[in-house]
Design a protein around this ligand. Structure first.
Ligand code: ASP
Length: 403
C-alpha cells in the first residue's frame, strides 16, 4: 500500500478511535499516545535546517553560469518570484474568506510564541547572519536562507571543476536529506495517528469540516491563480489565448495531478510546449527544468492557505507583518522545494517555524497532504509553462522573428 494511502487511513483511524474514546479517553491518550506524535514532530524538526540549507544551495546553483544565462535567467527568475509571491497572497485571501480551521482547536506543546513581525529595517538587519553555525543551531530560518543563497552564488562564481565538486556534494547532501525525510515519513502514519487522536477525542466530529475546507480553499486558489495570472501571462506576454494555452498544457497538468511530481512531469511539459505551442528548444530546456526546481506557485499558495489554517486552529491572529514574513519565507521555501511528492509539507514546517507557528499543525495537513499535493503540483508545472511562453516570445522579438 502506498504511503499517502497509509497516512490517509491513519487520519481515518484517528477519527474513528478518537470519536469512540471521547474526552473520557483523553488522559490515557495524552499519557501513552501523544508522546509518539511528539517524537514524529521532533524528527521533522531535526531535518529542517539540513534540508533548507542543502536544497537552497542546490536551487541556486541550478541557475548555472550567471554570465551566459544572464539575460534569460534574470527575466525568468523575476517572473517566477513575482508569480510565486502573488500565489501566496491569493492563498491568504482565499483562506481569509474561507476561514479553514475555525471551529477546531488544537493546543500546542508549550506556549505558542508567535514572533512579532519586526520593522522593515529590522527584518533586513536580522536577515544577515553574524555566525552561520549559531543560526543553524537556533534554526533561525531567515538568516539561514540568506547564508544558503550566498553559498550558492559563491559556488556559481567559483565555477569550473572546483564548483562542480561542491555542486555534486550539495546535490548528494540534499538527496541524503530527502532519503532521511523519506524514512521519517514512513513513520508518518503512526505519527499522524498519535498527533490527531487527542485532537479528535477532545473535539469530536467537528474536526472533519476544517480539513475539507482546506482542500476547497487550495483548489479554488489554484484555479484562480491559473485562470487569472497564467491566462494573463500567456495572453499579454506570450500572445497565446487562454484556451490554446490550457489545451496545450492539459496533458502535463493531468500527469502532474496524478503523479504529484513536477520533476516527473518535466519531459512531457517540454515536449508539449515545443510541439503544441512552438516554444523554442533553447527556452524549454532552460526555463522548464529551472521552473521544475525553483518555481512552485502551487506550493507557495498551499503555504499561504495552510499557515492561515494552522494559525486559526491554534487561535493565533497573524498580523500583516507576520503575513509578509510568510510571503517572504514561503517564496524562498518554494524555491527550495524539490519537485517530488510531499516535498512541500516539509518546507511548510520551515515557514511555520519562521513566524513561530506550532509545527504540530502539520499533522492535520499531513493527513490530507496527498490531495493537496495534486492541486499544488498541477499549478506548479502550469506556471512553468506560462513563463516559458513569455520568455520565448520575448526572445523571438529580440531576434526580430516576431513583431
Ligand atoms: N509535489 C510538488 C511538486 O512536485 C512539490 C510539493 O510537494 O509541493 O511540484
Amino acid at each position: 500500500m502506498n504511503l499517502s494511502v497509509k497516512i490517509f487511513l491513519a487520519l481515518v483511524a484517528s477519527v474513528i478511535v478518537g470519536l469512540i474514546a471521547g474526552p473520557e479517553g483523553l488522559p490515557f491518550i495524552k499519557w501513552w499516545i501523544a508522546p509518539i506524535g511528539t517524537i514524529f514532530i521532533n524528527l521533522i524538526k531535526m531535518m529542517i535546517v539540513p534540508v533548507v540549507f542543502t536544497s537552497l544551495v542546490v536551487g541556486m546553483t541550478s541557475l548555472g553560469d550567471t554570465k551566459t544565462l544572464g539575460r534569460i535567467g534574470l527575466k525568468t527568475v523575476v517572473i517566477y518570484l513575482v508569480t510565486t509571491a502573488i500565489a501566496i497572497l491569493i492563498g491568504f485571501v482565499i483562506a481569509g474568506i474561507g476561514h479553514p480551521g475555525s471551529g477546531l482547536q488544537m493546543i500546542a506543546e508549550g506556549k505558542v510564541d508567535v514572533k512579532d513581525a519586526p520593522g522593515i529595517m529590522q527584518v533586513f538587519v536580522g536577515m544577515v547572519p553574524t555566525n552561520p553555525v549559531d543560526v543553524m543551531a537556533k534554526a533561525q530560518i531567515l538568516p539561514l536562507i540568506v547564508f544558503a543563497l550566498f553559498v550558492g552564488v559563491g559556488i556559481i562564481q567559483v565555477g569550473g571543476e572546483r564548483a562542480q565538486i561542491l555542486i555534486k556534494f550539495f546535490d548528494a547532501a540534499a538527496e541524503v536529506c530527502y532519503k532521511i525525510i523519506a524514512m521519517i515519513m514512513n513513520f508518518a502514519p503512526i505519527g499522524v495517528f498519535a498527533l490527531l487522536l487527542p485532537v479528535v477525542a477532545a473535539n469530536g466530529p467537528k474536526v472533519l469540516l476544517p480539513l475539507i475546507s482546506v482542500i476547497a480553499c487550495l483548489a479554488i486558489g489554484c484555479a484562480i491563480h491559473a485562470v487569472v495570472v497564467y491566462s494573463m501571462l500567456a495572453k499579454i506576454g506570450g500572445h497565446v489565448s487562454p484556451g490554446k494555452f490550457f489545451s496545450a498544457m492539459s496533458e502535463a497538468m493531468m500527469l502532474a495531478f496524478t503523479t504529484c511530481s513536477s520533476a516527473a512531469t518535466l519531459p512531457v511539459n517540454m515536449k508539449n510546449l515545443q510541439e503544441k505551442l512552438g516554444v523554442s528548444r533553447e527556452v524549454t530546456s532552460f526555463v522548464l527544468p529551472l521552473g521544475a526546481t525553483i518555481n512552485m506557485d502551487g506550493t507557495a499558495l498551499y503555504m499561504g492557505v495552510c499557515a492561515l489554517f494552522i494559525a486559526n486552529v491554534f487561535g493565533v491572529d497573524l498580523t500583516a507583518g507576520q503575513m509578509m514574513m510568510i510571503v517572504f519565507t514561503g517564496t524562498l521555501a518554494s524555491i527550495g522545494t524539490a519537485g517530488v511528492p510531499g516535498a512541500g509539507l516539509i518546507m511548510l514546517a520551515m515557514v511555520l517555524q519562521s513566524v513561530g507557528l506550532p509545527i504540530e499543525g502539520l499533522a492535520l495537513v499531513a493527513g490530507i497532504d496527498r490531495i493537496l499535493d495534486m492541486f499544488r503540483t498541477c499549478l506548479n508545472i502550469t506556471g512553468d509553462g506560462a513563463v516559458a511562453i513569455v520568455i520565448d516570445r520575448d526572445e523571438k522579438k529580440r531576434e526580430g522573428l516576431v513583431a
